[in-house]
Design a protein around this ligand. Structure first.
Ligand code: ZN
Ligand code: ZN
Length: 267
């Protein structure tokens, strides 16, 4: 079969007004029927089971997290680390960390050479909104297996600084939160948290990451948050530095407690 180029990208590069993005999708889908694009991760022609730029096989191979693990961060830690007699509820990271959030959960594993990582980077930096929507539906469908929806009052996406959001055109955390909110029947407070400092992308060791996001968040209207159980939503949980900085701002504004739901968890 003839393999076509990445039609989504070819068409995205054409100057089509933002209002006509649906036309782009229809055009890309039609071209795919004639010349299927290669899968963004394995390179085989995209099939009927594809999710945007990922073929059905790659989608089904997205790395999953088990639903049981550390009570706080969800990480599956080896049984050897459990205390003699009683099971240790917290992994080593969580026993040593002073986390502000009560729990963090993610349905996907973010591995260096993994499909989940490739998919998230493509959705976020490749401007692949359709792929992001597929990932958001996956998160919405999986979330109730990892946490109890009735334990949370409001969803708050981790905000981008306005300049980054403007450049990217969307905040991936907000797209994820909207899908989860619809599926779990929880309202989304999209502007409850504001990023008051433009921080460089997170990198380096945990201490560098902590410094980078310290005091980066504000709650402009504490009344929106006070007394409520807040579930923060973001794309990736790495060391927890961003989640902790955001959780501290929410708790200072009077949140009853803070949980974290991300699409993926870095190994
Ligand atoms: Zn593939
Ligand atoms: Zn843990």
């Amino acid at each position: 079969m003839a393999v076509g180029p990445h039609w989504d990208l070819v068409i995205a590069s054409l100057v089509i007004p933002e209002g006509l993005v649906r036309l782009r999708d229809v055009l890309a889908a039609s071209l795919h029927l004639v010349f299927p694009s290669p899968c963004a991760t394995c390179g085989r022609p995209l099939d009927w089971e594809r999710r945007s730029a990922l073929c059905g096989t790659c989608w089904s191979r997205l790395e999953r997290m088990p639903t049981s693990g550390c009570q706080r961060c969800g990480w599956p830690y080896p049984a050897a680390e459990t205390a003699a007699g009683a099971a240790e509820p917290l992994c080593q990271r969580c026993r040593e960390a002073a986390d502000a959030f009560r729990l963090a959960r993610a349905p996907l594993r973010y591995r260096q050479d993994g499909i989940a990582r490739a998919a998230i980077l493509l959705a976020k930096h490749g401007g692949r909104l359709p792929l992001l929507h597929h990932l958001a539906h996956l998160l919405a469908a999986e979330a109730p297996r990892f946490l109890a929806p009735e334990e949370w009052d409001v969803l708050v996406p981790v905000p981008l600084h306005w300049r980054r959001r403007w450049r990217r055109g969307f905040n991936q955390a907000e797209v994820l939160a909207r899908a989860v909110g619809r599926a779990m029947g929880i309202s989304v407070a999209g502007r409850a948290l504001r990023r008051v400092r433009a921080t460089p992308p997170q990198q380096g060791d945990p201490e560098a990451r902590r410094r980078n996001v310290r005091d980066a968040f504000r709650v402009p209207r504490p009344g929106q948050i006070a007394g409520r159980r807040v579930l923060l939503v973001d794309d990736v949980f790495t060391t927890g530095a961003t989640a902790n900085a955001a959780a501290r701002a929410l708790l200072a504004a009077g949140a009853a407690e803070v949980g974290v739901l991300t699409l993926a968890r870095v190994e």
